[in-house]
Design a protein around this ligand. Structure first.
Ligand code: FE
Length: 228
């Protein structure tokens, strides 16, 4: 059996958002699809340990923002690798409240759908929420991001709570100047440095301060390994 089979399943990349007690949260999801057209229903697979799961389970509403192909990795990092328990992800973010009451992320979205939960399916670590679509709109003509594009062109990875997560075996280390974040796939390139964190171009990975963290997912230096 070849596990490559799983990598040949096609997906998109979405922000799924919900509300609880007036607070908003959202997360990256790849497992979203339309179930029926009359009435329009969609389904999302959400990890039970994620905060968004608790919000959907209690408010029974969610929105799906379909991300553009050029969505910055830092944005995907905020929604995909950080928890709403530690960060207000909607701060400084273009969004609005939809008809269902769910927040809708508008930044980097080419379209959105919002839905009311009509059914849910327990699936071990995840729940599949099926929602009847209450509102939707197309926001732009840019190409939507596919999961394949995210992995192959943008070099992104899946967090541990993704339905598609695959554990990677640690690789033998080799002399390399570029280092890869094993959690999110961000590449530290000494030729570029990390200007957003005040690290100038030309600084070797080894010379980064001990408290430097991945600008995408917030992982520490110990989570990086030399690029192969
Ligand atoms: Fe990272």
């Amino acid at each position: 059996m070849n596990r490559e089979a799983f990598r040949k399943i096609s997906y998109g990349l979405y922000v799924v958002s919900s509300i609880q007690d007036g607070k908003f949260n959202g997360q990256i999801a790849n497992s979203m699809f339309q179930v029926t057209s009359e009435p329009s229903t969609i389904a999302v697979s959400i990890a039970k340990e994620n905060l968004t799961h608790a919000y959907i389970a209690s408010s029974r509403v969610f929105s799906v923002s379909i991300l553009a192909e050029d969505t910055p990795m830092t944005f995907i990092g905020l929604f995909g690798f950080k928890s709403g328990r530690d960060t207000d992800k909607f701060k400084n973010l273009k969004h609005r409240i939809g008809k269902t009451g769910a927040p809708i992320v508008l930044d980097h979205a080419v379209a959105y759908l919002e839905a009311k939960v009509v059914q849910e399916l327990e699936c071990g670590s995840h729940t599949i929420f099926v929602g009847e679509v209450a509102d939707y709109d197309s926001l732009g003509n840019e190409a939507p991001m596919t999961y394949s594009y995210y992995h192959t062109v943008r070099k992104g990875k899946a967090p541990k709570t993704a339905p598609t997560y695959e554990r990677e075996e640690p690789r033998a280390t080799a002399a390399a100047s570029r280092y890869v974040c094993t959690l999110c796939g961000y590449v530290y390139d000494p030729a570029l440095g990390d200007p957003e964190s005040g690290v100038p171009a030309g600084r070797a990975f080894e010379d980064l301060p001990a408290d430097w963290t991945c600008p995408v997912c917030g992982a520490g230096k110990d989570q990086f390994e030399p690029e192969q």
